[in-house]
Design a protein around this ligand. Structure first.
Ligand code: PMT
Length: 427
């Protein structure tokens, strides 16, 4: 053992704190202080990059134990080597966990002391991610996080808000008090969200989501419709539920199978979808309109099958209600996310729709020949997401992956909205 290592052990939980190299590393000293105040014994391991933000000496001072920085450290290996340290830990926490650290852990790299320990330990691992919001929303990071969560790694945060780089969005490390409470209690003390809830930012929120197409009857057997399969809407419903939301889908006709575990109401026409939404909207916190709703319907649908006759047949169409527009204009409107399907000039049309209706976000996709393999019915899609004062281009991905990234962005913007910092204004 390193001299003095056993001394100072409090009998509380033994927490190994890994610090990787992000600006939030400066908060690690406060985190150690809070963990120790809660009765934990803390040992600290730092990556090389972490030492550019805070010195090992500071961490040694606050933790009361020597800080380990190198895998091949002859003096330390003679005492508490990395395997012994990995066994010693009852919980391993990495705060801040950078995108690079997360990627290395997801892929099993062991190229420094911290990543080696993370492979060598049998203790539960918790990450407090901290990075630029674009990096957090990048599909590579999203996929790495999903992989690690599937392996049982817990997350605390990240939180959304103003970042050190000047951008606003998700990726800010949770506060030391929040991380310490989550680690020490497993379930946090009164007034603090539990660990699981911190990774489920929409826990307890009610989402009403439209999906699929609408069919506008011409006669009892024919209709005007569109090519929406329901894939995008159903994937987004599942992704939002994965963040803790209670999701109700109002779905028009769709060929894709709906998520089996979510509440689903089937409708046929725009008028039926309008009625179903307006009956339920007062009870939701977020409204997400993914459905491809017909703007017009036949004015006089025939009661019996239309017969072939004259060489030409004229149809008179009347406007359908604008479901999204009506919801966004409600005096107590929910946080409203619209979609825009465009064949050209995506950003201009989407920005015009965002401005015309009082919605908080719009997710725009190219459809038709310009989309080539994305958009209607396809398995992949790409989105340009706009909100007042911000934009994010999401690359072409399978709809399920894209939906996970979009759901994270919606959750982050929703947090800004309820904090009252959204330009579009919280209701
Ligand atoms: O279902 P998939 O095959 O997976 O395809 C997904 C999709 C291409 C249908 C989807 O990603 C998409 O773009 N959905 C919106 C399609 C659409 O109708 O876009 P729009 O630009 O015409 O309408 C703008 C917004 O107003 C949409 O949120 C729409 O739901 C809403 N709207 C439109 C008309 C209307 N009467 N009421 C509405 O609420």
């Amino acid at each position: 053992m390193i001299a003095g290592d056993a001394a100072g052990e409090s009998g509380g939980p033994r927490i190994l704190l890994g610090i990787s190299g992000g600006i939030a590393a400066y908060k690690a000293a406060e985190l150690v202080r809070r963990l120790r105040a809660g009765g934990a014994t803390v040992r600290v391991v730092m990556t090389a990059a972490a030492q550019a933000f805070i010195t090992p000496l500071t961490l040694q001072g606050v933790s009361g134990s020597p800080v380990r920085t190198a895998l091949l450290d002859a003096t330390a290996e003679a005492g508490m080597d990395h395997i012994e340290l990995a066994r010693w830990a009852e919980q391993v926490l990495v705060a801040p966990a950078t995108a690079h650290l997360i990627a290395r852990l997801a892929h099993g790299l062991a190229d420094d002391l911290l990543t080696t320990l993370l492979l060598a330990t049998a203790a539960p691992v918790t990450l407090a991610p901290a990075m630029n919001q674009q990096m957090w929303l990048h599909p590579a990071t999203a996929a790495n996080i999903a992989l690690l969560q599937a392996r049982g790694v817990q997350l605390v945060g990240p939180e959304a808000g103003e970042q050190a780089c000047g951008e606003v969005g998700p990726g800010r490390m949770a506060e030391p008090a929040t991380i310490a409470a989550a680690l020490l209690a497993g379930v946090a003390p009164a007034g603090q969200p539990a660990l699981d809830q911190l990774a489920r930012p929409l826990q307890g929120r009610r989402v009403l989501l439209t999906a699929g197409a609408t069919h506008e009857a011409l006669d009892p057997v024919r209709f005007i419709g569109n090519r929406s399969s329901g894939k995008m809407g159903y994937a987004l419903a599942s992704a939002l539920a994965g963040l803790g939301a209670q999701v109700t889908i109002v779905s028009g006709p769709a060929s894709a199978p709906p998520p089996p575990d979510l509440s689903l109401l089937r409708v046929e026409s725009a008028l039926e979808m309008h009625r179903a939404v307006m009956q339920r909207v007062a009870a939701c916190d977020l409204f997400v309109a993914v459905a491809a709703v017909a703007d017009y319907r036949p004015a006089d649908p025939a009661a019996v099958k239309l017969k072939k006759g004259a060489a030409e047949l004229e149809l008179r169409l009347v406007r359908n209600p604008d479901i999204l527009g009506e919801v966004a204009a409600l005096p107590r409107a929910p946080f409203t996310v619209g979609f825009a399907a465009e064949t050209d000039d995506l950003e201009r049309h989407a920005a015009a729709k965002l401005a015309a209706k009082r919605m908080q976000m719009i997710a725009a996709n190219l459809v038709g020949p310009a989309a080539a393999g994305a958009g209607f019915s396809a398995d992949d899609n790409a989105l340009l997401v706009l909100w007042r004062g911000g934009r994010q281009a999401l690359p072409r991905l399978p709809k399920a992956d894209l939906a996970n990234v979009l759901a994270g962005l919606i959750a982050a913007r929703y947090q800004v909205f309820i904090d009252g910092n959204d330009d579009a204004g919280a209701s």
